[in-house]
Design a binder for this molecule. Structure first.
Ligand code: ZN
Length: 88
């Protein structure tokens, strides 16, 4: 029984995707996609959650050579059911 690596993983209740909960600097948990993204620190429109819980703005890039760092994106940014989350 080795479950320690799955501890922080969960599943989106809307779309069923695997998500990871990141502990933010604020103390809140944010669901993010478990895949890393590479991004450029140019103040772009994408919100990137860093491994240390900070949120920064940048542009997600596919090419590692262009990237300044890596992080996670909020699952709500990509979830096809995200609009139902916002209706509160
Ligand atoms: Zn989802």
């Amino acid at each position: 029984m080795r479950r320690e690596n799955t501890r922080d993983f969960s599943q989106c209740r809307k779309c069923g995707a695997r998500i990871l909960f990141m502990r933010m600097k604020s103390g809140k948990s944010m669901p993010v996609n478990p895949q890393f993204v590479n991004f450029r620190k140019d103040g772009g429109k994408d919100r990137i959650v860093l491994a240390n819980g900070e949120v920064t703005s940048g542009t997600i890039v596919a090419d590692l050579i262009e990237a300044d760092g890596y992080g996670y994106v909020s699952h709500f940014a990509t979830c096809e059911y995200a609009q139902t989350f916002r209706r509160k």
